[in-house]
Design a binder for this molecule. Structure first.
Ligand code: HEM
Length: 185
């Protein structure tokens, strides 16, 4: 059976990926200003499933991604988590951890053959919520996270916005990231 059958819209994402066209916008504490940072990303998405919750059958991708700026040895951002697909409801989820002490379960509804879908998590949402550590809750709290995935030919892209309530700003700050990843395996 083709991967696109059981993994729905996540099927085309399975594999090893790289992209050097990433762009991050964040408030830099070391430079005390908002900074646009280009980055290189490596991402691995490994299929698994089914995972059964009673009558629910999920298929997923075990993922790990890392981003570097310039020729730094250590990545300046990493994520580990799972992408999940529930064919019976069309629900797509991405549960992941950012090692600043943040966990996210973002979700959305899609179709099995969709080449574009959007997932969202909001602080305090009954299903798709964001957890964070005590320091961040006080100083740089994540209000929402939204990502749109677009699947292309031998490549896929994401465009994501993380809204932060930061002590440095009166208004919520849009911390954004986007990249296009090309298949390397
Ligand atoms: C490609 C993805 C991402 C990259 C490259 C990235 C990178 C960065 C960078 C460079 C900073 C600034 C740190 C500093 O100079 O003080 C930052 C801050 C932050 N990021 Fe991200 N980030 C990404 C995704 C996310 C996501 C998905 C979340 C949460 C859902 C998140 C939450 C935060 C928070 C809360 C801060 C503020 C920390 C502080 O002000 O003390 N980031 N990120």
């Amino acid at each position: 059976m083709a991967m696109t059958d059981e993994w729905g819209p996540l099927g085309p994402l399975a594999g090893e990926w790289e992209g050097e066209g990433g762009l991050d916008t964040a408030f830099s504490h070391s430079q005390n200003k908002v900074l646009g940072t280009p980055y290189l990303e490596k991402c691995s998405l490994k299929p698994f499933g089914p995972v059964d919750n009673g009558s629910q059958h999920l298929y997923g991708l075990d993922y790990r991604s890392a981003m570097w700026r310039g020729d730094e040895e250590n990545p300046f951002h990493t994520e580990v988590g799972y992408w999940l697909w529930d064919a019976s409801t069309g629900e797509v989820m991405r549960g992941f951890v950012v090692p600043r002490g943040i966990t996210v379960l973002a979700g959305g509804i899609s179709t099995a053959d969709a080449t574009q879908f959007t997932l969202k998590a909001t602080h305090g949402h009954p299903h798709y919520d964001i957890g964070e550590n005590l320091y961040l809750a006080k100083n740089a709290s994540t209000l929402s996270y939204e990502v749109t995935i677009t699947v292309g030919d031998g490549a896929w892209s994401y465009d994501e916005t993380t809204m932060l309530r930061m002590n440095e700003f009166d208004e919520p700050f849009a911390h954004t990231d986007n990249n296009t990843l090309h298949r390397v395996g």
